[in-house]
Design a protein around this ligand. Sequence first.
Ligand code: AVI
Length: 326
Amino acid sequence: MNKALSPTDFGALEGFHDLNPTQDDFCASVIKGLSRKQKTLSCKFFYDQRGSELFDEITTLDEYYPTRTEIGILERSSADIAAAVGNQPTVVEFGAGSVRKIRLLLDAVDAPVFVPIDISRDHLVHSAKCLAGDYPETRVVAICADFTNDIALPKDLPTSNRLGFFPGSTLGNFTHDEAQQFLERTRATLGTGSAFLVGIDLRKDAETLHAAYNDSLGISAAFNLNLLNRINHELDATFDLTTFRHDAPWVEEHGRIEMRLYSTVNQNVTVAGTAFQFTEGEYIHTENSHKYSVAEFQALASSSGYEPVQVWVDDAERFSLHYLRG
Ligand code: AVI
């Protein structure tokens, strides 16, 4: 889908490529997910305007350590990172995430070209425009796309010295197979000789993990429930949010936190004309957040064709930032 933008929409943006999935994809995915025996919704749909705001709030919570820990690693290790990466790469960010993180990276490596890729069009345009304004020497080319699909980068981008950036442990939201496929695809997208900087949350005690996804202020719960609200508004659905409850257990067997929404009553819900039955105590699985040891992630990267070159970890060994060569 190509959406026309007026010249003023671009601001200082060099280019904007819209490969955004349509509303039909959202509807089809929700109906398919709720039709499964284990009802499932994809976590990539968390991020409407309200969902993105709630996620930003999560990243500031005391219990949610990943964001501030990764920023600390980037701050402390920026000189090492720059030495490993070399100067002036084309930086391709998968997910236009934290403004702080990308600025730390751009400052460290002096990137002449920056390519943010994100599924949320408004968020992408806003953050890319801000960056383009603040980094007048950097060419910013934004791509609105679902990075869980194949993405062909625009042909006029430099083909050598590309550096992928995938912070925040978003890779943990994929299953192991999906993570491997994603890494293989990004390697193909970025090209041989490229590098990839990937943030990965580390395995740790269950109590710390549990608190991070079941915070005392209830922001994680609001973030999870907002998905039902989004489906109500965008897909003409009838979820009664007072009859669903958030829980996010640590599932040792799979090495992951699972975000779940439990139905507290027997009920029927309609989505875009299709009816779904819920029994009391049944849950919708809305997200996985896998945690890896350094060795586990390096094995995954190797099996995807990357060479793990260097890894930076905070003193408390909570989070890791991996430098891989393609
Ligand atoms: C975006 N992603 C890495 C977050 C995580 O920690 O898995 C999403 C999140 N879900 C609940 N809290 C945060």
